[in-house]
Ligand binder design. Structure first.
Ligand SMILES: [Zn+2]
Length: 271
């Protein structure tokens, strides 16, 4: 699933290319994945001019001059292509926009779980699911350490469950939750209630550090190797590294699976 560094990578990539470009025509080969009718999408997208792309939690927002937004929740497998029109189109392409510079922006999704919404700014609450229940984006400058503390204290669950609950703080997914907990030296299975205040404060700082460290790495790979079909994750230190050595102490990385999600951590340095 694309997480904050991946989405920030896309944002940087698109912001070098899209602002000012006009949509010449729009198609929705898999129309039900776009929450606007096929005709409405085609008609309403035509002539739209891109403004700088934004990210909120796991959503990528494409704002346009007329005040419309394409809001994309890529879920597990939603991906983008920015290619010349002759480039073979993937079967699971949900939408494609022909742009005024001759390029095409496409969104495809092998799992068909992602959704795209075409909305105006005052329609987010009504049309984007879970928008109103969502907690603050974990990277939002407005989210202070004290507010973070207050929000995580609303849950008594295991700490990984707490920080991946978007009602508490939004944007952290399975992979980067493992990275953040490694950075903070916290065992993911530990109950929030067993972690002292200083540990939770360190967790907040670790979240910011990990995202700020990973984002330029991902962004650089997108520029060098292109937009990914599989997220760039070679830089991760514990997630999907079971049986590898912990970079901190050489201890073997553990793996546990629950609900189809793998959690990786080091039993030596994460307490
Ligand atoms: Zn370790």
């Amino acid at each position: 699933m694309p997480e904050i560094p991946d989405l920030e990578g896309y944002r940087a990539y698109f912001n070098k290319r899209l602002p000012g470009l006009r949509v010449e025509s729009a198609e929705t080969p898999i129309a039900w994945m776009v929450r606007a009718g096929r005709e409405e999408f085609q008609e309403r997208m035509q002539g739209q001019v891109f403004q700088p792309v934004r990210r909120i939690a796991k959503l990528l927002l494409f704002p346009f001059e007329r005040g419309d937004f394409l809001v994309v929740h890529a879920m597990l497998a939603g991906r983008y292509q920015y290619v010349e029109p002759g480039h073979k189109r993937r079967t699971m392409t949900a939408w494609a926009l022909s742009l005024s510079n001759g390029m095409e922006l496409r969104y495809f999704d092998e799992r068909r779980m992602g959704r795209t919404y075409l909305v105006r700014e005052d329609e987010f609450a009504e049309k984007v699911p879970r928008w109103t229940e969502m907690g603050p984006d974990v990277m939002s400058p407005g989210l202070t350490e004290n507010e973070f503390l207050e929000r995580v204290r609303a849950s008594r669950s295991q700490i990984k469950t707490v920080i991946t609950n978007e009602r508490i703080v939004a944007g952290i997914g399975n992979a980067y939750a493992d990275e953040v907990l490694w950075e903070a030296r916290l065992n993911p299975l530990r109950k929030r209630t067993d972690i002292p205040e200083e540990g939770l404060r360190e967790l907040f700082r670790s979240i910011r550090r990990v995202m700020e460290w990973a984002t330029p790495i991902v962004a650089q790979q997108m520029e060098e190797k292109g937009l990914p079909t599989k997220m760039y994750r070679d830089h991760l230190r514990v997630h999907a590294r079971s049986d590898a050595a912990c970079p901190r102490d050489g201890h073997r990385i553990s793996a546990i699976t629950s609900g189809g999600r793998e959690t990786n951590f080091c039993r030596e340095c994460q307490l």
